[in-house]
Design a protein around this ligand. Sequence first.
Ligand SMILES: NC(=O)c1ccc[n+]([C@@H]2O[C@H](COP(=O)([O-])OP(=O)(O)OC[C@H]3O[C@@H](n4cnc5c(N)ncnc54)[C@H](OP(=O)(O)O)[C@@H]3O)[C@@H](O)[C@H]2O)c1
Length: 300
Amino acid sequence: MKILVVGGAGLLGRQLMLQGMAQGHEMHGTCKDVRVEAPGAVWHSLDATDFDAAGALLSKIRPASIVYTAAFHVVDDCERHPGAARRINTDAPLFFADWCSKHGAHFTFISSDYVFDGKKQGLYSEEDETNPGSVYARTKRETELALLEKYPFSASCRTSVIYGWHPSKNNFVLWLLRQLKERKPVKIVDDQYSCPTLANDLAAAILALIRLKRTGIYHATGSECVNRYEFSLMACEVFGADRSLILMAKTPDLRQLAARPPNGCLRIKKLEDAAGVRMSGAREGLMKMKAEMEAEGGQI
Ligand SMILES: NC(=O)c1ccc[n+]([C@@H]2O[C@H](COP(=O)([O-])OP(=O)(O)OC[C@H]3O[C@@H](n4cnc5c(N)ncnc54)[C@H](OP(=O)(O)O)[C@@H]3O)[C@@H](O)[C@H]2O)c1
């Protein structure tokens, strides 16, 4: 199948490109500057918010499926720049979804656990009521709603704290380990819970949903609900980093601009049943990340 990954050089995008190639798909990826090694893949420079350029690219390659991974996801900056957040997180994915609906192609959008306010006790299911509390979360929810209403041949995958090995981009785990390596103390909260998601697992799940032409909303996270502090200690244990530099904090201590849901833990049974995949627990995912980093000769 010909698949276009918008944001193909990112953490999730890179895994989609690598695994898609390994599964025999014709993979096309868009990137702004950084390309990643994915032998056989085709790269296109594109700002996803330039709809003239995007339209021309789509007419040229005519993919059977598009995965939109690009995002403005620095949530505090989204509060400061709501217009830019809406353009990248809502207008652009809907532009690609519209093209898909006109050309019989499947569309996948990556949403977030932040669409919930986090006040529920226990895991959120796909049917639970949303209540986004930040600009970032509202742009994600608006896109989900528009896809449900106007573009039925599409899937929205709600994910959480994506981590994994990437040769050139940072993510929470790589950032943490690099801070500790430089002997910098870090404050990590113990009152925000989520199911951290290994990028490799998420990419495998998305490719399975595409193959099976699944539509609708899916929760697509790791299988274990942990708080950020616990997750950070696990990362130290797995990578042999010094945990004494991690200072336990509470959300208000960080004085962040955007609201963070205290509970972003999602039930993933619908995804595992629909796609036939198993998502890793937190420590298991960290061990896979370390193994991949070492296999590629990478380092913190
Ligand atoms: N990371 C998390 O913890 C998390 C949690 C929940 C949901 N999500 C969602 O999961 C998705 C994937 O996240 P990720 O961690 O893989 O992000 P990532 O590593 O930052 O990758 C996103 C990619 O999109 C590209 N991009 C951004 N703006 C673009 C634009 N205007 N035009 C073209 N490309 C653009 C970026 O390119 P440059 O690098 O060149 O800017 C980057 O390569 C996002 O939709 C995010 O909102 C992430």
